[in-house]
Write a protein that binds this ligand. Structure first.
Ligand SMILES: [Zn+2]
Length: 482
């Protein structure tokens, strides 16, 4: 009898909590978020032509090859496009990695830096327009680097060029930074960071690529949102090796290396090995998106994470792979090798796994989870390479607040949401000299354009460039409020 009362009591409590959630949601005002592109043809054309010139100069970075001179050629292109920047700022060239220093009025303030890499990935395959042609057609510029991320370089250089033309002097020192090894994970950004360390400079704020303005970010949420990257996940490669005494495939023993690897992989895939958890940023992301959803039930869930977090954590995988990756360390098997003969049992077989680490299960813990499980299948784990997750931006801090204010001013109808960057950027190297790395490109990018970055037919809309230039101007100007 008592058990029944407890059971009924629990049901009653759940119903009550659910009703509270529903009532809270009824008070939530519906919002709409949309992006308005520029219609200033003069600016659009000018910026598109500048970006096109920058794309036409090929800057593919190649591992193990010193290409400083090639990048110095690119600096010349920049100088032609942005003469005032090169006339008024101090140029610091570190093996092709470029830093420009703009002296501010108050040198006691920590400076800010705007960065985006100069290098691009190679461009193979059949493109609609040649990848280094910078073709401008139907409101888009095509070419390698248009999206990732010469558009960023173009827009902040242009912002400074225009401010200089207006006779503006920034309050704090402003740096423009551009490594030439981002795409190969090279030493460009670390060299730039060392330069700052040697000058004893601590940066107040860094703005880099990461998120951008995206449409319909999560299933059920419609509209345009500035996805502001607040930290990036770590990166790691592991090699999982299974060994045996070999043997003949006509009399196969049980549990050959490939079978063990297959069982292990299947176990990882089917049951999962990493914990999903809502970080403060992801929680805020859902809370911020709640007013924009059309589905009432979804709104109830997103607006009441205090109640539905466990449920949402469970369902996230089904909702979106992107969103699920923000909650946990991910693992993906990428390369494999067995024996060299159709009829030969391998003495050694291996697969590699690529991991992206989340703060609540960082590099060491995640690698140990993989290694411990692998051991059960008699598989050895070798660590190939990796770096841990980056520091997170303080969502209550001044730099994040400044970012939101700039977005609201330049894109008043766009929603703002914190976002976890699942890929890698140069910003992570700046952690030791900057507490506030903001990973956000102020351009609107459609889903299909996202695939073009590192893929075929990379392109960007020309009418999103003026907004991006304005955003960087605001970010420089808002430093006056410090
Ligand atoms: Zn990039």
């Amino acid at each position: 009898m008592i058990v029944l009362y407890i059971f009924l009591g629990l049901i009653g409590l759940l119903v009550l909590l659910f009703l509270i959630a529903v009532i809270r949601t009824l008070f939530l005002k519906k919002k709409e978020a949309y992006y308005v592109a520029s219609n200033d043809e003069k600016r659009i054309n000018e910026y598109a032509n500048k970006l096109s010139k920058m794309v036409q100069y090929e800057t593919v970075s190649i591992r193990g090859v010193d290409q400083a001179d090639k990048f110095r050629g690119f600096h010349k292109v920049l100088e032609e496009q942005f003469p005032l920047v090169f006339k008024n700022l101090t140029k610091i060239d570190i093996d092709g990695n470029l830093i420009m220093k703009w002296k501010g009025k108050d040198s006691s303030l920590d400076p800010i830096i705007l960065i985006s890499h100069q290098d691009v990935v190679e461009a193979t395959g059949n493109w609609k327009y040649p990848p280094f042609s910078g073709t401008i057609v139907d409101g888009r510029i095509y070419g390698r680097g248009t999206g990732d991320i010469k558009s960023g370089v173009m827009c902040f250089y242009q912002a400074v060029e225009e401010l200089l033309k207006e006779g503006y002097t920034p309050k704090c020192d402003v740096y423009l930074g551009s490594s030439c090894t981002e795409e190969i994970g090279g030493d460009g950004a670390p060299k730039m960071v060392n330069w700052f360390k040697n000058q004893n400079i601590h940066l107040f704020l860094l703005s880099d690529e990461g998120g951008c303005i995206v449409e319909n970010p999560v299933a059920g949420v419609k509209g345009a949102f500035a996805a502001v990257g607040i930290f990036e996940k770590g990166y790691g490669d592991l090699k999982l090796v299974a060994r045996s005494n070999g043997g003949h495939s006509s009399t196969p023993p049980k549990n050959t290396p490939i079978v063990r690897l297959a069982k292990f992989i299947s176990r990882v895939e089917n049951k999962g090995i990493f914990k999903s958890k809502f970080s403060e940023g992801v929680e805020q992301m859902f809370a911020k998106l709640a007013p924009y959803t059309d589905s009432f039930m979804l709104k109830v869930v997103m607006h009441n994470l205090w109640l539905f977090k466990p449920l949402l954590t469970l369902l996230m995988g089904a909702i979106s792979a992107e969103a699920a990756a923000m909650l946990k360390t991910t693992i993906c098997f990428t390369m494999q090798k067995g024996s060299d003969g159709y009829n030969v049992i391998p003495q050694e077989a291996w697969v590699t796994a690529n991991l992206r680490y989340i703060p609540h299960q960082g590099m060491n813990e995640s690698n140990k989870i993989v290694a411990d499980l692998a051991k059960k299948y008699n598989i050895e784990t070798e660590f190939v390479t990796g770096n841990d997750y980056s520091k997170s931006l303080d969502l209550k801090g001044v730099p994040f607040d400044m970012t939101v204010k700039c977005i609201n001013k330049v894109f008043p109808n766009v929603g703002v949401m914190p976002y976890v960057v699942t890929g890698g950027t140069d910003s992570r190297f700046f952690d030791p000299i900057c507490d506030n790395c903001i990973r956000f490109s102020p351009t609107m990018v459609k889903g299909e354009q996202m695939k073009g970055m590192h893929g075929l037919d990379e392109n960007i809309f020309t009418n999103v460039l003026p907004g991006a230039v304005d955003y960087y101007k605001e970010l420089i100007k808002i430093q006056e409020t410090r």
